[in-house]
Design a protein around this ligand. Sequence first.
Ligand code: ADP
Length: 266
Amino acid sequence: TSNVTTARDNAPLIPQVKNIIAIASGKGGVGKSTCSSNLAVALAQTGAKVGLIDADISGPSLPTMFNVEGEQPAVKQENGKNIIIPIEQYGVKLMSIGFLTPADSAVVWRGPMASSALRQFIADVEWGELDYLLIDLPPGTSDIHLTMVQTIPVTGAVIVTTPQKVAIADATKGLTMFQQPQIKVPILGVVENMAYFTPEELPDNKYYLFGKEGGQKLSAKFDVPFLGEIPIVQSIRESGDSGYPAVFKEGVTQVAFQALAENLAR
Ligand code: ADP
C-alpha cells in the first residue's frame, strides 16, 4: 500500500506521511476503534512509524484504549503558527478529539467543525515521518464523513464490520461511499470483527454469534481484499478498558491483529 496516490487533487497536507488510511464502519459498536488501536500497535511492532488520529466525534475512545486519558498534547510556536505535539504511547503517535474536549462532556460537533478539526490534526500536528497515519472515523456514512474524506488526502480505506446482516448492510453503504466518483478512495480491505466465539473449555469449538463470514462475503462481492477476522475474546474488551492493547498479549488475539497489519502492509 505504500505511496499509493489518491485521486484527490489538493496539495499534500503532509508530504512526509506515506499512507493516510481511513478506518470506517457503517454501524457503531462493531469494534472500529478497537481494531484501529490494535492495528496501529501491530504496525508499529513491525518497525513502521505509525500515527493514529481519533476522529470519532461521537465518543472518542482512544485516550482510554491507550491509557492516556486526561493528557494534554503540548503546543509549540513555529513561524507564528501553533504546532501540536502528538502524545506518544506504545510506539504510536496519537491525536484525539478527546484530548481537546473535557472528559464526560457531550460536545455537539457539526460537520464543518469536525472536518476542520480533522484537517488541523493532520496539518498542524508535528507527525514527523510516518509510514502510516490511521484515522479512526466516526461510525456512519453521513455528510460529516463525506466532508472529512474530501478534506484530507486519504490513500485508502479499511472497513470494519461484524458478520451480522445489519452491520454488513451499513458497511456496504460505507464501502460504496468511498467508491463514489467524487470520493474515489481505494478500499484497502475489510476486517471482520467479532467473527466467532470460542469458550476456553471448548477450544475446538467456534460459535458464530453474529453469523458466519459476513465480512468475507462482503469483500468477495466488491472484489476488495479481506484483511482478516478477529474473534470475540473477553480480553479484547478488557484490554480496551484497561488501556493496554490486546495485541500485546501472546495468543490467538495477537496472531489475529498481527495478521491484519501484515495483510494491510502487503
Ligand atoms: P466502535 O469503535 O465500532 O464503536 P469499539 O471498538 O468501541 O467499537 O467496540 C465496542 C465494544 O466492543 C467495546 O466495549 C470493545 O471493547 C468491544 N469489542 C470490540 N471488539 C471486540 C472483540 N473482538 N472481542 C471482544 N470485545 C470487543
